[in-house]
Design a protein around this ligand. Structure first.
Ligand code: 3H9
Length: 689
């Protein structure tokens, strides 16, 4: 065990310190060390009770995920929990920070749990495509009952100390600064009162009512069917919790272990674990280290109070950073601020914010019609519409008014950042901050590094992203940057297949079955066909739909017709327009059918574009491209993103299929050189270079 000190005994209580930075993950060496310390404390006659206490910023964050997929080294986590169950002396877990996954399971196998006020506990395994595999599905229901256990384990949410206390998940909550002393006092009291050793596994009360309600499990699955769609872990969690209700403890544990082993071998869990690490990897930029100086951002200016500007502003307000919000007219400013207020008030109605918090956030906005009010901002973000002339005009003005040392950012989604930077005399201070709509919700932030953007500016943007709850992915300059460029071919193929007479409902269904929340045409209708407003050079179905007033869901008609419950159905008008446009453009009927063929047509060009983005150095690594797709375009997380998925399909198969498609559909399907090289070498995108 890596630990700063071995156990110390204070008046008959052994304190076992666990120390495996940064988050005390239960690695093999930590497990071995803990086992040795427990054995020592069990046999030491001077020890009457034991406390597990973690060093650093948190209690144990769970099993060591980096060990998954390798043979388990003894002792296993369930072995340690069994050891605690059979402990001859009372054991207390003293929890600070977060006790998560296997960490919380270990605490649940202790006889008592003392939590610091700011601590949180939870079982987030579901986010890794797993279930708690060290007794969590058996012990939590024995404390809170099956229904609450299902809610906690399938959501993976972190339960705050106060709620954990009211649910009985912890026994007492103490002041943060006095955790050690209070845990010691708690242990001494237990010894003084006869060293009782209550075990969660022996409890039955919470479950007795559940035994008469076998229907609760099917009801829970049905009520959450939408949320669980495509994921494999939730059904396994339901089965395991059901086992807690219906089987004796040991048999329930055996069931849990069996389900855990099945999940850990699933492609869905592999994909979700890939995304977990990819998210953290994305923060690393090779030429920028922890000592690269970054700028402290204490105030922000946002230019443009439209949908994007408003959403961007909310991110900073949420993080407590004041924003000067600039518009060109009072009316636009009032409208933008009213929208922000409405968003917050809607959150408050759902109980996720208090009225006071709404006001606190609104108070951080300084509305302005005067560019010079941005003079003192540490960061200014331009979020006006996509016109190079307008943007260069704004940046030239900013160059005149902003003080030296201000970061000048553009939210452009496809314009050349280097041209925007060239409108200033300080291109090293210019960066792209590309938010995704809705900007207060979507977690992706593309940080676009121009040819001259300084390291300090990049470092600041990457760190700021984390502060405002975003995941930053670094992008080079190209048309569409990473996410939009990557996904554009999917839309192009959906539209090409439509003109070749493939039903749009079929195209959308295949995407939804794959795991996207909605299909291409449903998404276009939702966003609004007029908003997408392509500058098409030829006749398009979308252009024709807009011309006849079919603007999408908001008008009850777009590609589809919509009923009053917003359910989509086939539209004769669209059907006729598709035929007309195809005829006008000389496109013959050549329907694609079969799910695999449709999917290959839609998604292989995305994989191909990813290969190009990687080879051109626009993205730093394959996993950054996956994160851009997952967090920017809701690519199903249990598929791991386009390049992880491609690795699973097999790059040689993709290359062969694309060559066949190239013969029929032309150059779009020509495999990118990197894709061909990897396939020929039997390598994968995910292999280390
Ligand atoms: C489990 O427990 C299975 C059991 O039920 C059954 C077993 C039989 N392992 O997130 P951060 C690394 S499954 C290994 O940036 P924060 C992370 O990669 C597990 N490494 O910090 C990063 O490394 P780097 C269930 C881990 O303060 C560094 O620690 N538990 C693990 O923003 C810092 O992480 C979970 O799913 C791990 N378990 O957030 C909890 N956790 O510096 C997963 C973190 O090299 N962890 N790392 O990039 C978290 O949710 C967050 O890390 C936490 C801290 C909230 C704890």
């Amino acid at each position: 065990m890596k630990q700063t000190a071995t156990s110390v005994v204070v008046d008959g209580v052994a304190l076992i310190p666990l120390d495996n930075p940064p988050v005390n993950a239960l690695s093999a060496s930590l497990r071995q060390g803990l086992q040795a310390e427990l054995e020592q404390a069990f046999s030491d006659k001077a020890v009457r009770a034991i406390i597990l206490l973690c060093a650093g910023r948190t209690f144990i964050a769970g099993a060591d995920i980096t060990e998954f997929g390798q043979p388990w080294q003894p002792p296993s986590l369930p072995d340690l929990c069994a050891m605690l169950d059979d402990a001859p002396k009372p054991v207390v877990a003293a929890i600070h920070g977060t006790a998560l996954g296997g960490g919380f399971e270990l605490a649940l196998a202790c006889h008592y749990r003392v939590a610091a006020q700011s601590a949180r506990v939870g079982l987030p395994e579901v986010h890794l495509g797993l279930l708690p595999g060290a007794g969590g599905t058996q012990r939590v229901p024995r404390i809170v009952g099956a229904e609450t256990a299902l809610e906690i384990i399938t959501s993976g949410r972190q339960v705050k100390a106060a709620e954990a206390l009211s649910l009985g998940l912890v026994d007492t909550v103490v002041e943060d600064a006095a955790l050690r002393d209070n845990a010691l006092a708690f242990a001494h009291r237990i010894v003084a009162h006869g060293s009782d050793k209550p075990r969660v596994r022996d409890r039955a009360d919470a479950l007795s009512a559940d035994r008469d309600r076998p229907e609760l499990f099917t009801a829970f699955a049905a009520a959450n069917a939408r949320r669980f769609k495509g994921f494999v872990a939730p059904a396994a969690i339901i089965e395991a919790v059901k086992a807690a209700v219906t089987l004796p403890f040991e048999q329930g544990l055996a069931k849990e272990t069996d389900l855990f082993e099945r999940l850990i071998a699933s492609p869905e869990s592999a994909a979700q674990r890939h995304v977990f690490f990819a998210e953290r990897e994305a923060a690393r930029v090779p030429d920028i280290g922890p000592d690269t100086a970054a700028i402290d951002i204490r105030s922000v200016g946002v230019i443009g109070a439209g949908t994007m500007g408003g959403g961007i502003t909310m991110n900073f307000l949420n993080a407590g950073i004041p924003v000067t919000l600039l518009e060109t007219s009072q009316e636009a400013l009032d409208r933008g601020i009213a929208t922000i207020r409405r968003n917050y008030e809607a959150t408050a109605v759902k109980g996720r914010m208090t009225a006071a918090q709404v006001e606190q956030r609104m108070d951080l906005i300084a509305p302005s019609l005067d560019l010079s009010s941005l003079t003192d901002a540490d960061l200014i973000i331009e979020a006006v519409y996509e016109s190079m002339d307008v943007k260069t005009g704004i940046f030239a003005s900013l160059d005149r008014i902003a003080r030296q040392g201000t970061i000048l950012a553009s939210n452009t989604s496809f314009l050349d950042l280097n041209c925007i930077a060239a409108a200033t005399s300080r291109p090293e201070w210019v960066v792209g901050l590309h938010f995704f709509s809705p900007a207060n919700v979507m977690r992706l932030l593309e940080v676009v590094r121009g040819a001259e953007t300084s390291k300090a500016v990049v470092a600041t943007a990457m760190r700021l992203a984390k502060r405002i709850g975003k995941v930053a992915v670094l992008s080079g300059v190209c048309d569409g940057f990473i996410a939009n460029r990557l996904m554009a071919p999917r839309g192009a193929q959906a539209e090409a297949m439509m003109l070749e007479d493939t039903p749009i409902a079929e195209i959308d269904r295949v995407l939804v079955d794959y795991g996207f929340a909605m299909g291409h045409f449903q998404m276009m209708d939702l966003v609004g066909l007029d908003v997408i407003g392509r500058n098409a050079t030829e006749r398009t179905v979308m252009g024709d739909l807009v011309a006849v007033g079919r603007l999408g869901q908001k008008r009850g008609a777009g590609y589809y017709d919509y009923d009053d419950k917003r359910r989509s159905r086939f539209s004769d008008v669209t059907g006729k327009l598709i035929k007309e446009v195809a005829a006008a453009r000389g496109i013959a009927s050549n329907r694609t059918s079969g799910d695999e063929a449709l999917l290959g047509r839609l998604l292989y060009p995305v994989v191909n574009e990813g290969a190009k983005i990687l080879e051109e150095g626009i993205a730093l690594r394959a996993s950054d491209i996956d994160i851009a797709a997952v967090l920017g375009y809701n690519w199903p997380v249990y598929r791991g993103g386009p390049l992880f998925w491609a690795d699973q399909v097999g790059l040689d198969r993709i290359v062969a299929d694309m060559r066949a498609l190239e013969v029929v559909h032309g150059e779009t399907f020509r495999p990118a050189p990197l894709l061909v090289r990897l396939a020929e070498a039997g390598r994968r995108f995910g292999d280390k270079p």
